[in-house]
Design a protein around this ligand. Structure first.
Ligand code: GLY
Length: 365
């Protein structure tokens, strides 16, 4: 005999969250966070770059808020040891489940802080304040959090949606030029997969964006959040549609790893976007001039559009086989059928591409 009883789990977390975009709001966010999250103790996670740029001081003012400063800044700190240190710092500050983690920084800070929030006492809310082009376009929205293992990126992770995202585009003015440009590749990616009008806008206004004109940066941030938000709303757990956000990432991730992370994520994705465009041509999915437009905007951004000479093709192929979208070591790619229109085959957005075609494309790159 088998006795059965079913437990229905009600939605335990908020099912929507606001994204607010403006210029020079860091100083006023303190009061806003206090008002919106009055019942919570606050714990800030940031990194040393945000301290040297003065952004942490701007956010906190005179207030003494327990804060964890990740050092060194960057991917090398995105590991389980940092997450443990954050959690222990929260314990040492006698914080409990009524804690709001405030993540102030780029993608690494957001990912680590979000992950620590997801596991601290089985989960406390996180508020994201992204301060880089890549975080404002991509990583702060959508609830992906995690840290790397020795073997792979985001080996430990959780979907843990933020309770709010506040974007102050003025924080981008202190961002190093190479980082600023590389992060914009995710914006180009959004335009390619979802909105040809956005691509036209980026093409026509790239100089003003690169000059970091606030009204342009606000528009770009808003466009990105709308595109990514629509995808995440439709497929939060990345069952299928959300994979389109990985356009350019099958080869991009491999190139990033094969470069020993010398290339920034956006730089590697730029090469991956060109690779996807070459595959589209081979499969008859392209139109005349389309890849030239993509190459043109990426070149103007100043990111690489060719493989660095010293990358071994064998390593790349092995890494591509390990991509999370691969099935039975067979690489899968997100492709488009026209600008702003992602290609869907048999209901799938990540489609299998023959390994010999992938090798041919790597030769051409
Ligand atoms: N960065 C891709 C995603 O959030 O799904």
């Amino acid at each position: 005999m088998m006795l059965e009883h079913e437990i229905k789990i009600p939605a335990s977390t908020a099912n929507s969250y606001p994204i607010r975009i403006a210029t020079d709001i860091l100083g006023s966010l303190r009061a806003r966070i206090e008002a919106d999250f009055a019942g919570y103790n606050k714990f800030v996670v940031t990194d040393e770059n945000l301290v040297s740029a003065g952004h942490l001081q701007k956010l906190l003012g005179q207030r003494d808020v327990p804060t964890f400063i990740i050092s060194p800044a960057g991917e090398t700190s995105k590991n389980i040891d940092t997450a443990i240190s954050i959690i222990e710092a929260m314990e040492k500050a006698y914080l409990g489940r009524d804690t709001l983690v405030v993540a102030l920084g780029g993608g690494t800070v957001g990912d680590i802080a979000g992950f620590a929030a997801a596991v601290f006492k089985r989960g406390v809310p996180v508020l994201q304040i992204p301060t880089t082009t890549v975080a404002q376009a991509d990583s702060a929205v959508g609830g992906k959090t995690g840290v790397d293992s020795i073997l792979s990126k985001n080996a430990f992770g959780a979907f843990w949606h933020p309770v709010a995202v506040y974007i102050d585009v003025a924080t981008l003015t202190t961002l190093e030029d190479r980082q600023f440009r590389a992060g914009l590749v995710e914006s180009v990616k959004h335009a390619i997969i979802a909105d040809s009008e956005y691509f036209d806008f980026l093409e026509g206004n790239l100089d003003a964006v690169l000059e970091r004109k606030p009204e342009m940066l606000e528009k770009v941030a808003h466009w990105n959040c709308k595109i990514k938000g629509n995808v995440v709303e439709a497929d939060p757990g990345e069952q299928n549609l959300r994979r389109i956000l990985n356009y350019g990432h099958t080869i991009g991730h491999a190139v990033e790893a094969a470069s020993g992370f010398e290339l920034l994520h956006g730089e590697a994705v730029a090469i991956g976007i060109i690779a996807a465009g070459l595959i589209e041509i081979e499969l008859g999915l392209s139109q005349p001039g389309r890849l030239d437009r993509t190459r043109g905007i990426l070149e103007k951004l100043g990111v690489p559009v060719r493989l660095p000479r010293d990358l071994a093709q064998k390593d790349l192929i092995d890494l591509i086989k390990r991509d999370k979208k691969a099935v039975n070591k067979s690489p899968r790619f997100v492709l488009i059928s026209e600008m702003g229109q992602v290609y869907c085959k048999d209901g799938q957005y990540a489609v299998e591409v023959a390994p010999d075609l992938v090798e041919k494309i790597l030769d051409k790159l």
